[in-house]
Design a binder for this molecule. Structure first.
Ligand code: SF4
Length: 468
C-alpha cells in the first residue's frame, strides 16, 4: 500500500507553470524579489510543468530568462546571470499525481475503509513520483510525452509493477486488456535509453505464483543489470477487500514460496552475482522463518518497498548494543533506576523485536516491554507496523506498562504527524497517561542513551514532541 510521502494536492486544479511556496532569505530568489504564490511559467522559453522541470531546465545554466506570473497578476521577464553553483533558494508546490486507469484485483484503494484519509484513495501512476519516492507504476498509461521526459530528464531509476511477464496473467491482474497490459516495448525503450528499473511482483496465490512467478523472475533477470532487482511482496487483504478471485496468503503458502524462490536466488547469485529477486520480509516472518543474512540484500535495492527492513533493523540494533554499553550503564547508575517502558509495534514484527529487546534487558537491566498491536482498522491479514492507526494504538493503551511508550514513526505520515485514520499524533499523545514518542531507529537509540534525562512520568494531556 502506498501513501504519498508528500501531501498530494488531489483537489488542486492544474494551472500553468509551477508555484513558489517558499523563498529562502538572502537567496538569489529573494534578491530577484520572487515571493510565495508567484508562478514560474517558462525557463529560457521552455514550459515549466512542475518543480522537476524547473530543476532540470535551470541545472548548470548561468544565463537564464524566467517568465514569471506574479500573484497580483503582473507578468515579469527576469534576465539572470548567476554562478553555476548559485542556488535559487526556492521551494515549490508539490506535484499533482497522475492517476492510473487500471482496475487491479488487489488495488489498495478497494481495501480502505470509507473513513480513510482522501489521499489514501489516490490511484497514483506517475513516473515523476516513481523517480522521486520509489512509488511503483504499471507503465500502462504512460504517454509518449512522459516517456520522452523520463529519458530526457534521466528520471532513473523507475519502479515498475510487473506482476507477471505472462501477458494474459498481467492483464487479468490489472483488469485491463492485453494490448494495454503489454509494456514490453516501453520497458525496452527505457532500458535502451539507460533508465534503470526496479520491478515488483504483488504475489497472488493461484494467479501469479508457481511457474508464472518462476518465468517472471527469469524473464526480468535476462534484463539485468538494466533491470536491477525484483521485489516480491505478498497480496494484502483487508476486511474491506472482498474480491472472490483472490486467495488469502497463508503461512504454508509463504513457506512454499521461500523454498521455491530460494533455489532461484541461489542460481541467480551464481550467474549474476546478486540475489536479484527479493522476497518481502513479511513472507519470511509469516512462514515462521528468520529473514536472510545481511549479504543476501547487497545494497538493499528494495528497502523502500520494505524489503530487508527487518534485517537492517536487527543489524543496527546489534551494532547499537556495544555503543550503548558504556553510556547506558553510566546513565542508569546516575539515575538509580532502569529504563522502564513499552514499545508498541505490529503483530508481524513484534516477535522479532521481543527477542532483540529481551537480550537488551538482560544485558543492561532495562525493563522494556514489546506490545504487539493488532490492526483493527484495516483488519484482514494486515499486520505491519506502518499501517497501524491511532485507534489501534488507543485500543492497546491499557496494556502499556512503565514510564513511557513508543510507537513506530513509520505509522505517521513523513511530512505530517498524522496517522492513517486521520488522528493527529498530538491527539493520541493527549490520551496516554505516559509520554508517548513516535520513533524511528535513530530516535529509539537516542531515547535509550538519554533515558535518565528524558523519561519521566507525565500527567495525562502533556504534549511531548515526537522524535523524527
Ligand atoms: S495500478 Fe492497480 S493497484 Fe495501483 S492504484 Fe492503479 S488500480 Fe490500484
Amino acid at each position: 500500500m502506498y501513501e504519498f510521502a508528500v501531501t498530494p494536492a488531489v483537489t488542486q486544479i492544474r494551472r500553468r507553470g509551477v508555484e513558489i511556496s517558499e523563498v529562502s532569505s538572502g537567496s538569489l530568489g529573494a534578491e530577484l524579489e520572487l515571493e510565495p504564490g508567484d508562478r514560474i511559467l517558462r525557463v529560457n522559453g521552455r514550459v515549466v510543468r512542475d518543480y522537476l522541470d524547473f530543476r532540470f531546465q535551470t541545472a548548470g545554466e548561468t544565463d537564464l530568462v524566467l517568465d514569471v506570473r506574479r500573484q497580483n497578476g503582473e507578468h515579469w521577464e527576469l534576465n539572470i546571470e548567476r554562478n553555476e553553483d548559485e542556488a535559487f533558494g526556492l521551494s515549490f508546490e508539490q506535484i499533482v499525481p497522475r492517476q492510473c486507469a487500471n482496475e487491479c484485483l488487489f488495488c489498495f484503494c478497494k481495501g480502505n475503509p470509507e473513513t480513510a484519509r482522501p489521499s489514501l484513495f489516490v490511484r497514483d501512476e506517475d513516473v515523476r513520483l516513481s523517480f522521486l519516492y520509489g512509488n511503483y507504476t504499471t507503465l500502462t498509461s504512460i504517454s509518449e510525452d512522459e516517456m520522452r521526459r523520463v529519458i530526457e530528464q534521466r528520471l532513473s531509476p523507475q519502479y515498475v509493477s510487473v506482476h507477471a511477464t505472462d501477458l494474459e496473467v498481467r492483464a487479468y491482474l490489472l483488469g485491463i486488456d492485453k494490448q494495454r497490459a503489454d509494456i514490453t516495448g516501453k520497458m525496452r525503450q527505457l532500458l535502451d535509453a539507460g533508465i534503470e528499473i526496479h520491478a515488483q511482483v504483488v504475489l497472488c496465490p493461484k494467479i501469479n505464483d508457481g511457474d508464472i512467478l518462476h518465468r517472471t523472475i527469469y524473464d526480468l533477470a535476462k534484463l539485468y543489470p538494466h533491470v536491477r532487482s525484483v521485489a516480491i511482496v505478498p497480496l494484502g487483504l483487508t476486511r474491506y477487500l472482498n474480491e472472490p478471485r483472490l486467495t488469502p496468503v497463508t503461512p504454508e503458502f509463504c513457506a512454499q514460496i521461500v523454498r521455491e524462490v530460494r533455489a532461484v536466488q541461489d542460481d541467480l547469485r551464481r550467474r549474476l552475482g546478486t540475489t536479484f529477486a527479493f522476497l518481502g520480509d513479511e513472507i519470511y516472518l509469516r512462514a515462521g522463518q528468520n529473514v536472510p543474512h545481511r549479504n543476501h540484500y547487497g545494497d538493499y535495492p528494495q528497502i523502500e518497498d520494505g524489503i530487508g527492513m527487518v534485517r537492517s533493523f536487527a543489524n543496527e540494533f546489534e551494532a547499537l548494543v556495544p555503543r550503548l554499553s558504556h553510556r547506558h550503564r553510566s546513565v542508569a547508575s546516575a539515575s538509580g533506576k532502569a529504563t522502564f517502558g513499552t514499545i508498541m509495534t505490529g503483530t508481524l514484527f513484534a516477535p522479532v523485536l521481543q527477542k532483540l529487546i529481551h537480550r537488551m534487558n538482560k544485558k543492561f537491566g532495562t525493563c522494556l516491554h514489546v506490545l504487539a498491536v493488532s490492526n483493527d482498522y484495516f483488519g484482514g491479514d494486515v499486520s505491519v507496523a506502518g499501517l497501524l492507526t491511532g485507534g489501534d494504538f488507543l485500543a492497546a493503551r491499557d496494556q502499556v506498562i512503565g514510564e513511557f511508550a513508543i510507537i513506530p514513526r513509520v505509522a505517521l505520515k513523513s511530512d505530517e504527524l498524522v496517522m492513517l485514520d486521520g488522528m493527529k499524533f498530538e491527539r493520541l499523545q493527549e490520551q496516554f497517561d505516559v509520554p508517548l514518542y513516535a520513533l524511528d531507529f535513530s530516535g529509539f537509540a537516542n531515547l535509550l542513551t538519554t533515558s535518565a534525562q528524558t523519561v519521566r512520568p507525565s500527567p495525562r494531556g502533556r504534549r511531548i514532541p515526537a522524535y523524527a
